[in-house]
Design a protein around this ligand. Structure first.
Ligand code: HEC
Ligand code: HEC
Ligand code: HEC
Ligand code: HEC
Ligand code: HEC
Length: 201
């Protein structure tokens, strides 16, 4: 698949930019792979002849979460990817790879978030949510597997000036949440830490 980058650095468009990324250059995310193009092509030939175990990276490196964090480091992210690398989250990682941005933000999809946001169960079904003054209570929501309600009151990264509502009547309606996950239309109010338009590391 990496061959869709032509050796002279030209690339074939992959799909629509995700919401917020329309003004970015391809090279903002796609770093060049080490080695000259000729070395990479030689390595590719070696792979084709069975002399190499893995196909080489021709032209570009895969885009890692580190690239995203170069522009999106949020000091106060309540679900930072770095936490979920820890061994104690092995089981949870199998349910949802919350240690990688691309699990939820597939680039070139044109979508803000690539899933329906109902993966909270992977970590919060056993976490013994404390009895907050909300109606219905958290334990009741968990018992009835109402994972569709979580994002109606919470923003996942906690990066907005948002006060969680206390009742489902006051919460955002489910359809607006799905629309937000699709188009990124604003939902939770002012951002606390906006992205930087250039890589900072
Ligand atoms: C916001 C970051 C970002 C920007 C900007 C971006 N890409 Fe990507 N691109 C990704 C990610 C993430 C992937 C999928 C994971 C991977 O292959 O590393 C990807 C995958 C690709 C692939 C497929 C590579 C493969 O191995 O399947 C191509 C081709 C591609 N991008 C081309 C482009 C082009 C052309 C542009 C500019 C118009 C561009 N990208 C801009 C992040 C970005
Ligand atoms: C070169 C800097 C840069 C890189 C690299 C980058 N982004 Fe962005 N991103 C931005 C900017 C600028 C915006 C629009 C402003 C904003 O939303 O704060 C944005 C917007 C977004 C949004 C939508 C924000 C919203 O509220 O609508 C998401 C989600 C996002 N980026 C995720 C990612 C992911 C995942 C990666 C890695 C594949 C990535 N970004 C790589 C700069 C970057
Ligand atoms: C397990 C799923 C998941 C993972 C992993 C994830 N996100 Fe998100 N992200 C979401 C959801 C859901 C939203 C929409 C709710 C919101 O706006 O907070 C979102 C919103 C965003 C936004 C817009 C709100 C803001 O904080 O500015 C940005 C930017 C963003 N994510 C970047 C990232 C980056 C960068 C990574 C990796 C370091 C990442 N996300 C990892 C689920 C995820
Ligand atoms: C990969 C595991 C994981 C997933 C998936 C996950 N969380 Fe969490 N969440 C945590 C951990 C760990 C904490 C921190 C708990 C603590 O400090 O006691 C946390 C904290 C929180 C908090 C408290 C934040 C604060 O301000 O302190 C809220 C609210 C929350 N999660 C909601 C959600 C929602 C909603 C989803 C689904 C969209 C979700 N979580 C998915 C692991 C996860
Ligand atoms: C009706 C709105 C509402 C819904 C629905 C909701 N929450 Fe909450 N949640 C809150 C409020 C309000 C708080 C307390 C926030 C504060 O401390 O100010 C909270 C707190 C939390 C906390 C932090 C608890 C602690 O230990 O302090 C977690 C984790 C959490 N919610 C997860 C979830 C998950 C997972 C779901 C989906 C099953 C969910 N919430 C559904 C409103 C809601």
């Amino acid at each position: 698949m990496l061959f869709s980058f032509l050796p002279d650095g030209q690339v074939l468009a992959k799909g629509p930019a995700n919401p917020g990324h329309g003004a970015l250059e391809c090279a903002d995310c796609h770093d060049s792979a080490p080695g000259t193009v000729r070395q990479q092509v030689q390595a590719a030939v070696a792979f084709g002849l069975g002399l190499r175990e893995a196909p080489p990276l021709v032209g570009r490196l895969p885009v890692s979460s580190g690239v995203c964090l170069d522009c999106h480091e949020r000091e106060r992210d309540v679900h930072p990817t770095r936490d979920f690398v820890e061994p104690k989250y092995l089981d949870e990682r199998e349910e949802i790879a919350a240690h990688e941005c691309l699990t939820c933000h597939k680039e070139h999809s044109g979508r803000h978030v690539a899933n329906t946001g109902q993966y909270c169960y992977a970590c919060h079904q056993n976490q013994g949510l404390i009895e907050n003054p909300i109606q219905p209570t958290h334990p009741a929501l968990v018992a009835s597997e109402r994972w569709d309600t979580c994002l109606r009151c919470h923003d996942y990264h906690g990066n907005h000036e948002w006060v969680e509502p206390r009742t489902l009547e006051d919460a955002i309606d489910g359809r607006s949440v799905l629309r937000h996950l699709d188009s990124g239309a604003p939902l939770y109010g002012e951002k606390i830490e906006p992205a930087s338009s250039g890589r900072t590391r």
